[in-house]
Design a binder for this molecule. Sequence first.
Ligand SMILES: [Zn+2]
Length: 266
Amino acid sequence: MAQREIADFNGIVMLRKDYRERDMLVKILTDHFGKKMFFIRRARKRGFSLAAAILPFTHGTYIGNIRADGLSFINTAKNYRQWQSISQDITLNAYATYILNLIDVAFPDGQVIAEWYQRALFALNAIDEGFDPQIITNIIEIQLLQPFGVAPRLESCVVCQRTDLPFDYSQRYGGLLCKQHWQLDPYRFHASARAIYLMRLFSVINLQQINSISVKATTKQELRRMLDRIYQDDVGLSLKSKHFLDQMDQWDQVMKPRFDKHSEKP
Ligand SMILES: [Zn+2]
C-alpha cells in the first residue's frame, strides 16, 4: 500500500510538457515528496478545471495521488497563486526559470527536499516583490554548491584557518585563501574584498530574512564571473536557461551605450 497515497501538499510548478493530444505532464516541487511528475489528464482542453493551478510560476496547495515510482496525479488544488511580476516580465521570468532549473538538476526526483521547497518559495517571492533577481539567483547558486558536491570552504583560510587577513577564492583549494597564502594559487580569483564578503554572506543568509541588499554594478559583475567559473569548472553545468540569461545580459550591454553617452568603457 505504500506504493500510492492520497495526500495534500504544497507545491511550486517547475515545468510543463505537452503529452499526447490533450494531456500534460507537470513537474511540481513539493514540500513533502520532493520533485514529482504529475500526469494531468485533459489539461489542454478548453475550460479545464485545474488550468489556473498548473500555470507556470504558480504555487499552492494540491491534493493528489502520490506514487513512489512513475507518474503521480492531482485531484484538486486550493489557495494557489501565480507570481504575477515573474510571469509578466521576461527578465524576471528568465531568472526564476534558471533557479527552478538548477534545483531540478541538483536533486533526483522523489528525494525529500523540504528545505529547498522553502528556499525556492522565498527566492521567487523575493524576485516577484522586486528584489534584485541577480542577487537572489547568486544566493541560490552559492547555496546549491553543497548539493552539487562542490561545498566551497568559506569560513576561514583553507590552509591556516586564519580569519583576520584579506581573503581570495581559490578553485584549486576549493575555498578561501588568506593573503599569506595567496602565492599558492596564481589562478585565484583576484576578487575584491566586497565580492568575497558577499560570497560568504550569501552562503549562510536566510532568504526569508532578506530586507535589502544593495550591490554595486561592478561587484555584481564580479560575483557573476566568480560563480560562472565555479559552475563551469567545478560543477560542470551548462544549462540552456543560463545561456538565455547570459544572452539577455549581452543585449543589455549592446543597448546601453546608445542611451547612455557617459557610459564608461570596460
Ligand atoms: Zn592562510
